[in-house]
Design a protein around this ligand. Sequence first.
Ligand code: CTP
Length: 401
Amino acid sequence: MLVSKRILLGITGGIAAYKTTFLTRLLIQAGAEVRIVMTPASADFVSPLTLATLSKNEVLSSFVREEDGTVDWNNHVELGLWADLMLIAPATANTLSRMASGACDNLLLACYLSAKCPVFVAPAMDLDMYKHPSTQKSLKTLMDYGNSVIPAESGELASGLIGEGRMAEPETIVAHLQAALRAKQPFSGKKILITAGPTYEAIDPVRFIGNHSSGKMGYALAEAAAAMGAEVILVSGPTALKIADPQIRVIPVVSAVEMHTESRRYFKEMDIVIGAAAVADYRPEHPASEKLKKTGDSMQINLVRNPDIIASLGREKTGQFLVGFALETENELAYAKKKLKEKNLDAIVLNSLRDTGAGFGSDTNKVTFIDKNSEITPFELKTKAEVATDLLHEIHKRLKD
Ligand code: CTP
């Protein structure tokens, strides 16, 4: 959620400012770009040099900077517009009150007034200050402005008193930001199951029938869906690919029968299912339990049909939006539409093997999205990550809520 997000961190003068070193590290580790504006008082509690080192950016605190005889100004408007998200942590009672009233006599407040992005405040102060009606009024005013408050926590305070007023822990603050960003995503609250990769159909313990699917398209779909806020279950045949996003649960399978069983296990609770796997249509009827020894000049293996996973889900569906893929070499549109209808899909993604740069193993793909009303949306050759985002947008447009 925070990857490449530009975060303007405002630090004000409270003892909790020391925790912003950990907070900055967590934000950087989560992939965010962090710029820091401090009130002059906050530098008594945490070193600007430490924060500059951790954030990999210079730390600003005054409107004007004088260097080697030249005078320049720190452009608060540029900073306010640069940010995807502004976080003020810790936010003292003084700063909260000045934000609420529109005061603007330090760089942090000027950035706040210039920011067009979502603003979060993490209050930190002594318990009686936190409870005071004027502080609560400031917080209410900020919420009325559309800002988000990350509530202070209870615990031991710097004064020695015990109660509400401690700044939320850095991990909690980061989780708040992530949850808020996720909630704004198009697939927030949606569950998506994606099948990906090849299936291996055992001949004996060491040999199998498989195909050249790399799984790249299915994995790109899973990553794009998670980035768009979905909770993803990726039922994956054997691939060399790895997933790091905690929003994606990988269910590893080997054969079509296993992929079918696992897909059915989760199907009922899903909102969307995308069949991107290259499932083997047949499997050896009697896989040998021991390694087969060569005998004559030829051999025969009897194959039996595998379940058609997406078609079986198409028969069972109770409102899920079902998307299949069709890899075709001739009469592409006609064959794809036929599969869409026969498998009771809501949409199908056509891959034509006639298009160079499309298909197995490559990092690019060229697809056409066809929905059940025969609306056809062709796309240019793009990276599989871009194709994934395009496809998810097409699906999103057609969801009923
Ligand atoms: N599919 C599936 N289970 C199978 C075969 C295919 O779920 N046993 C899904 C694929 O994941 C894909 C779609 O069905 O989403 C289309 O599969 P395709 O490769 O076109 O194969 P078939 O439908 O088997 O048709 P063909 O006769 O062209 O092989």
